[in-house]
Design a protein around this ligand. Sequence first.
Ligand code: ZN
Length: 408
Amino acid sequence: MKCRHCHAELKHLFLDLGHAPPSNAYLSKEDLLAPETTFPLTLYVCDQCWLVQTEDYAEADKLFSRDYAYFSSTSQTWLHHAARYAEEITKRLGLTKSSFVIEVASNDGYLLKNFIAAGIPCLGVEPTDSTADAAEKIGVPVLREFFGVATATDLAAGGKCADLICGNNVYAHVPDINDFTQGLRIALKEGGTVNLEFPHLMRLIEQNQFDTVYHEHFSYLSLSSVSRIFAWAGLRVFNIEELTTHGGSLRIYGCHDSDPRATEPVVLDLLEREKKFGLLKLNVYQEFQQKADKVKNDFLAFLIEQKRSGKSVAAYGAAAKGNTLMNYAGIKLDLIDFVCDAAPSKQGQFMPGSHIAILHPTELAKRMPDWVIIFPWNIADEVVQQQQQVLSWGGKFVIAVPELKILS
Ligand SMILES: [Zn+2]
């Protein structure tokens, strides 16, 4: 297998989580009677460009055969993050009614609605019909395509190059990162800015976030690897911000490599910190499996202990993270009774692999579990606040990553 960016031979394993179904392949009651497709969930690191990546799958198109159930607007934390970002970037870049903003993977319009409200012309690029429908309903124009060189070339030909191209949590999810990055350069107006947010590989390693690994998440990115890919495509990372979203993300600012804006010292500083952390050597990558195994084993031991002492355990958040963790740990209905989720699109379905039922959050009050595991640890505070009722019957919240921790 070859590196998706530089085509060097991939020889070094980063993480092997066994076989798992696609993390968003939620199952209906009928599906439970049919065989379930699983794919190896294995990551490699390229020792030339340091891109951490999933291996290629046979029949990869099956991964995306289902309607993607995630709607960005279901998380309040995320909505606030988006609104704040829109306001800040508008000021920072001096965007006006004559500017043009493109968001790649615009989902249900959670971000672009803020630009619409400010009277700034914009366009979402989003291939998934269910979320694109939701975006159009609130007045956000959507081009229903995957983004890459072909789409960008069409946009450019139609005079639709952008002053700002943004992409929140899409860069790590594109199968062909080279094609996507070249597309950014083509669709970017001269003097324009690219903003991408993605989980930072350094934080993933530091915080044992192996549960953020799933098939649809093709690349695990550091500034070191992204700078390289940008340079290859004729772009330059000139600024960055380190964010707390998704357990530690990077927001990078990119421009054409000929742009007069100077590269900020924070960029060089982070490249240096990544180097010191070990991201340009193999050791750090090769030690990660052991760290992941410890978290998984501690979590399993906790669940078995609860079972032995007759306590009941439920989970909150039918997130991809929960699926990765449960599938790697081999957890089924024997250890976790049910999962609650606020998204109506997931309620009544079953978690892939574990086949645990996804129920409305009101089920918590009905069944009063002793423990509630919060799978999306990145919004644990929000969940604890929303579900304070759990404390009233003596229930407690717990997270498994970065390490097993009781929250209340
Ligand atoms: Zn490479």
